[in-house]
Write a protein that binds this ligand. Structure first.
Ligand SMILES: Cc1ncc(COP(=O)(O)O)c(C=O)c1O
Length: 436
């Protein structure tokens, strides 16, 4: 019997765990190292989701272990009004990486960082309406959940008053097309804001956006879109908040995804990748916005704000990313991954689209290339076949698109590991197609 079947473990899990999503994986993970997690049989499984899209340095990175051990022995947690050196150092380092966003608050999770950002935007503008993309994911708490449209809206009562959505641009399935068939995103954006203006009661506070919508199926904002969106915000006195939970800290081949576009947001939130798997988040704002918030008595006071342990981890993450050239690695390994996925698209009819940037790539499964009919079941089968062969992949299922694999290995992934992942994907797609 496989040790993953451990009847006592699963009986206890069934008896005591709340099922916070449709299901759990059927393996028991005992440990993780580098790009691999290891199950109860000692089987190595390639982790192409970086845990929950966070472990940019892979698992159990020696520098992170050393920092945690050192800082834990020194000071881990404090009264929230006390400051330590790692907190100020991380703030300074982040500000240097994102010129213009000089003021930094260190928090714990992505949802929490978006709560703080939205709260600040509301206080500073004196308004409360928030616009987001209809395929967004910003978190599971109050204001963040109100701005999350890709899942989880139904059944939880009213969202915050003044919550609006516009469609995210989708180059594979354009809603407005140019004569050559390409996505006319400017017309889509103009059309969307015309509707926002009709619905707004004159209280638009902020637009919150992911530069690449990840849970929304790896929808990349085309070059030029962010600048156009910022103009829409400026025209209405709204702040632009960029949520770089998944795209920040090198993943897309830039330190922050917004840098490709040369458009600095008013507020940026970082989480997931900043702690490389440990709970750490940051809200970064311009000096003017932070000053205006402070003048109005800004309050976002939490138990773990400015905790020194995660802050020290954040400093080490930035050290390792810089020392090991991981932003460049995201480009190099990303290009290798993309080339391999494009080869799979040549080989298999069911691979409808390959998109994304750096080491955040989407692969959309369809049942028909012409009609682009969604291939949810096939996608689920491919996921299963990958896992059986030792590759952990995640598929997004959203209405209006096919199953989309979100492929995001650690930035430390090796050339051989990318090749191995591609080999498994090819075998898995072949097996799934054969059994369909
Ligand atoms: C872009 C984005 N923002 C925010 C969140 C929420 O982060 P957390 O789960 O840490 O609250 C997520 C989580 O997937 C995310 O992808």
């Amino acid at each position: 019997m496989s040790l993953n079947e451990d009847p006592a473990f699963w009986a206890s899990a069934r008896k005591h765990l709340t099922r916070y999503s449709p299901g759990f994986e059927s393996v028991i993970i005992e440990r993780a190292e580098g790009s691999y997690v290891y199950d109860a049989d000692g089987r190595a499984i390639l982790d192409f989701t970086s845990g929950q899209m966070s472990a940019v340095l892979g698992h159990s990175h020696p520098d992170i272990i050393a920092t945690v051990n050192r800082q834990m022995g020194q000071v881990a947690h404090l009264f929230s009004g006390m400051l330590t050196r790692p907190v100020v150092e991380l703030a300074e380092r982040l500000a240097a990486l994102a010129p213009g966003l000089d003021r930094v608050q260190l928090l714990t999770t992505g949802a929490e960082s978006n709560e703080a950002a939205l709260r600040m935007a509301k206080l500073v503008t004196g308004k409360h309406e928030v616009v987001a993309f209809a395929q967004s994911w910003h978190g599971m708490t109050g204001a963040a959940a109100s701005a999350t449209y890709s899942a989880g809206r139904s059944g939880y009562g009213p969202a915050a008053a003044g919550s609006f959505a516009i469609p995210a641009p989708n180059s594979y399935r354009p809603r407005f097309a140019n004569p050559d068939g390409s996505n006319d995103w400017q017309r889509e954006l103009d059309d969307a804001f015309e509707l926002i203006d009709r619905q707004s009661t004159g209280n638009l506070a902020a637009f919150i956006a992911e530069p690449i919508l990840s849970s929304g199926g790896i929808l990349e904002l085309p070059l030029g879109y962010l600048a156009a969106l910022k103009r829409k915000c400026e025209e209405r006195g709204m702040l632009l908040i960029l949520d770089e939970a998944q795209t920040g800290v090198g993943r897309t081949g830039d330190m922050f995804a917004f840098q490709r576009d040369g458009v600095t947001p008013d507020i940026m939130t970082l989480s997931k990748t900043l702690g490389a798997g440990l709970p750490l988040a940051a809200v970064m704002a311009t000096e003017t916005i932070e000053q205006a918030a402070f003048d109005k008595g800004f309050l976002f006071y939490t138990t773990h704000v400015s905790d020194p342990l995660p802050a020290a981890v954040g400093v080490t993450v930035l050290d390792v990313v810089e020392r090991d050239g991981l932003v460049e690695q995201a480009c190099v390994r990303g290009a290798q991954l993309r080339d391999g996925l494009l080869a799979l698209q040549q080989k298999y009819e069911c691979v409808g689209d390959v998109r994304g940037r750096g080491l955040l790539i989407g692969l959309e499964i369809v049942t028909d290339r012409q009609t682009k009919a969604p291939g949810f079941e096939l996608g689920a089968k491919i996921t299963e076949e990958c896992m059986a062969r030792g590759l952990s992949m995640n598929i997004v299922k959203l209405p209006g698109m096919g199953g989309v694999f979100r492929i995001a290995p650690p930035l430390t992934v090796s050339e051989a590991e990318i090749d191995r992942g591609l080999e498994i994907m090819s075998e898995a797609i072949g097996a799934a197609v054969a059994s369909a």
